[in-house]
Design a protein around this ligand. Structure first.
Ligand SMILES: C[S@@+](CC[C@H](N)C(=O)[O-])C[C@H]1O[C@@H](n2cnc3c(N)ncnc32)[C@H](O)[C@@H]1O
Length: 238
């Protein structure tokens, strides 16, 4: 039997591949093979493997409050940000097992020791696992847009989930939300503005990419190389 999480993850993969064909974007390249010898036990978790009650020190080396990336895809952000900021702890939440495994293998291979991936639905992890004021920041890059009206309820940024974000981010912590889809951006900002504890949107200035992987995420790279506009915003938890 296919679990609800798995079924949503499979639909999302199918949807992303179709989106590339419809929009004529550079396709999502097939995932490279994961070296079977690679030990993923430090980097990859299932949601029932996360500490309950929540305690970051049980999965990271320090008790520093983690930054969370929702929908970490191939894990470029976790690898780059984790390498650049070794003092931070980063947790990617990814609903697709094949992408969660791929991102974890990228971290294990490049020996990024302050970043982890959990294979789970972010909505479950936020509502069931993270306590109040337990996250230093949340990053949401290129969430699935779910264009069809009947699928809008699947969109990540809705008032209920926004309440979970502002409950879990510490005061002064940041929420980053980027997308290439104008409608997703407008609807996401409208949802975020329902919570007075999130101050924004603040403008984010794009930096120039210096080399091939010098992008925030894989989707940012694809969209920029395809010449697509990117909508970026940042909120601060008051
Ligand atoms: C369009 S991709 C963007 C990936 C990455 N953020 C990037 O910018 O390259 C969206 C990702 O979010 C994941 N995703 C969608 N819904 C999710 C959920 N409820 N919880 C966790 N991950 C989710 C998808 O499996 C997919 O990998």
């Amino acid at each position: 039997m296919v679990s609800a999480d798995k079924s949503l993850g499979l639909q999302i993969n199918f949807y992303n591949e179709r989106r590339c064909r419809v929009e004529g974007l550079m396709g999502r390249r097939a995932l490279g093979k994961i070296n079977a010898q690679l030990d993923l036990t430090r980097h990859l978790f299932q949601s029932d493997g996360l500490p309950q009650p929540w305690d970051p020190q049980k999965i990271f080396s320090t008790n520093c409050l983690p930054e969370v990336e929702i929908g970490s895809g191939k894990g470029l952000f976790l690898q780059r940000h984790g390498t650049a900021r070794p003092e931070k702890n980063l947790l990617g939440i990814e609903i697709s097992l094949k992408y969660a495994r791929f991102a974890a293998s990228r971290l294990a291979r490049s020996k990024v020791d302050n970043a982890r991936v959990v294979h789970a639905d972010a909505r479950h992890v936020f509502s069931e696992i993270f306590p109040d004021a337990s996250l230093a920041a949340v990053h949401i890059y290129f969430p699935d847009p779910w264009w069809k009206k009947r699928h809008h309820k699947r969109r990540l940024l809705n008032p209920d989930f926004v309440a979970q974000l502002s409950r879990t981010i510490i005061r002064g912590g940041h929420l980053h939300f980027w997308t290439d889809v104008e409608e997703t951006f407008t609807a996401g900002l409208a949802a975020l503005e329902t919570d007075a504890r999130l101050d924004g949107p603040q403008e984010v200035i794009a930096t120039q990419a210096v080399h091939d992987l010098d992008y925030q995420t894989h989707f940012e790279r694809r969209m920029r190389l395809s010449g697509k506009k990117i909508y970026r915003s940042k909120f601060v938890r008051l």
